[in-house]
Ligand binder design. Structure first.
Ligand code: DGY
Length: 455
């Protein structure tokens, strides 16, 4: 259906409505049908958007997720909604039940998955304080929230810096492409192809029933591997030491690592706010330094981007995807490298590719083999990725480029569908409509517009 284009004030109203409709009472489902549970990194982005509506509700979003933190500090990638019909999502809580017996899992019924996702949470928590301070509203309450969240976020980052990086490389190890949040991106294809699938019980995919066209979702070949890896991970009780030995998929994720660098910077600021001991600050500073070094080592001069690394095969995973901009997201890189990344971002490899509906970077370069314009992380434009790039550009002083990215992103969202992702050549919304994190980033962008007008 052709929709009329929304004005900024209507985008704000619709985005707020999307978040209200997805509000399950203290936490937000990622989307109305395709994702009926609470997803970890979705929730962090959602909190950033919610901050502009109600800082208390934004803080509650993070708190409700932290309530399900594992003993070892891991924030699970999904907290399941007990009210969601069992057939609405696969693999649901019953599928993870055996992992709930693991020593690190939170006690009680199986409410979470055993995986994790990129650590955007500390960034979101500090953004809530920023918004509260700018408005002069809810500052004391937000500070109280930070006092409670700080030790939990520190434990989360410690888990990533230790159990997920025993090599002390500064890079986060993942056991499943779902942990990257960019499930079927070509960045993982060679590593996934090396996974030998064992015996998996027959399963029905729920996701295909929630999208108009199966071409928008990962393939059966990919899903068999995803489900097999879940099986392997569960069987170890999600034991990190065993997974390091045995998991057939073991990779260093540069995007998650870059986000961790920025999240550690946010944690340092939080340490200041809550008056944390000096030793925390030196630990977190060391993680930041290590993160930059790790990313530096994964620089691929041929791609002009950063590349992930397959620890199992002992080889880099070179692919032109949005994750390659990791050093831009981590910030603080060398000026030459930043200039190079900006060139690639605007080149015909990404946002400068001919005939794009908007000059916005596709998740996978159209020149990359494996590019598919309608398929999930294999080509579509993701508003939430544009937000990360916009935020990073702003931070590195590239305000004009940041403004351009934001303006086109908002133009893309003015169709009002708040799609999960968008076909890069036609601008058609794909995946799920009314995706919470898309609404959230729209709110943050438009609050930024208001902020710049009043300056
Ligand atoms: C899904 O189910 O598609 C998710 O990406 C896994 O977290």
């Amino acid at each position: 259906m052709e929709r009329s284009l929304l004005r900024p004030e209507d985008i704000i109203a619709r985005a707020a409505e999307v978040l209200r409709e997805n509000d399950m009472g203290g936490w937000t489902r990622a989307s109305p049908t395709l994702y009926p549970h609470q997803w970890s990194w979705d929730s962090a982005f959602i909190a950033i958007g919610l901050a502009h509506l109600d800082t208390g509700r934004a803080a509650a979003e993070i708190t409700s997720l932290l309530d399900h933190q594992w003993e070892n500090g891991k924030i699970p990638h999904i907290v399941f909604n007990p009210e969601a019909p069992p057939e609405s999502y696969f693999p649901g809580p019953e599928h993870w039940a055996s992992a709930a017996d693991g020593p690190e899992a939170p006690t009680g019924p199986a409410m979470t998955s055993g995986l994790c996702q990129p650590p955007v949470h500390a960034i979101a928590a500090m953004r809530i304080l920023q918004v509260a301070e700018a408005r002069g509203e809810g500052v004391a309450e937000t500070r109280e929230f930070l006092e409670e969240a700080y030790p939990k976020l520190l434990a989360w980052h410690r888990y990533l810096a230790t159990a997920r990086d025993p090599e002390e490389s500064g890079l986060v190890t993942i056991y499943h492409p779902w942990e990257s949040g960019t499930d079927n991106s070509p960045r993982w294809t060679p590593a996934l192809e090396r996974v030998e699938v064992g015996e998996i019980p027959h399963y029905e995919r729920a996701d295909l029933g929630h999208v108009p066209d199966p071409e928008e979702r990962p393939t059966g070949y990919e899903y068999d591997r995803f489900i097999w890896l879940v099986e392997v991970i569960k069987r170890t009780g999600c034991d990190d030491d065993v997974l390091y030995e045995k998991c057939p998929f073991l990779a260093k994720d540069v995007l998650a690592s870059a986000i961790l660098v920025r999240a550690n910077e946010a944690l340092l600021e939080m340490a200041e706010v809550v008056g944390a001991p000096e030793v925390h600050r030196s630990t977190v500073s060391a993680w930041i330094e290590r993160g930059h070094k790790g990313l530096e080592e994964r620089w691929d001069p041929d791609l002009g981007l950063c590349a992930d690394y397959d620890l199992r095969a002992g080889e880099p995973l070179a692919a032109r995807t949005i994750a390659g901009f990791a050093p831009l997201i981590a910030g603080g890189g060398k000026p030459d490298q930043l200039r190079g990344l900006l060139r690639v971002l605007h080149s015909s490899d990404f946002a400068g590719y001919p005939d794009l509906r908007w000059p916005l970077p596709p998740s996978t370069s159209p020149d990359e083999s494996g590019f598919l314009p309608r398929n999930y992380w294999r080509g579509p434009v993701w508003p939430v990725m544009n937000w990360l790039l916009w935020w990073s550009l702003e931070d590195s002083g590239e305000r004009k480029r940041a403004a351009r990215l934001k303006d086109y992103s908002l133009a893309q969202l003015s169709d009002g569908s708040f799609g999960e992702y968008y076909e890069p050549f036609t601008g058609e919304a794909l995946g799920s409509d009314d995706q919470s994190w898309t609404a959230a980033v729209a709110l943050d962008w438009l609050a930024d517009e208001e902020g710049s007008k009043s300056q």
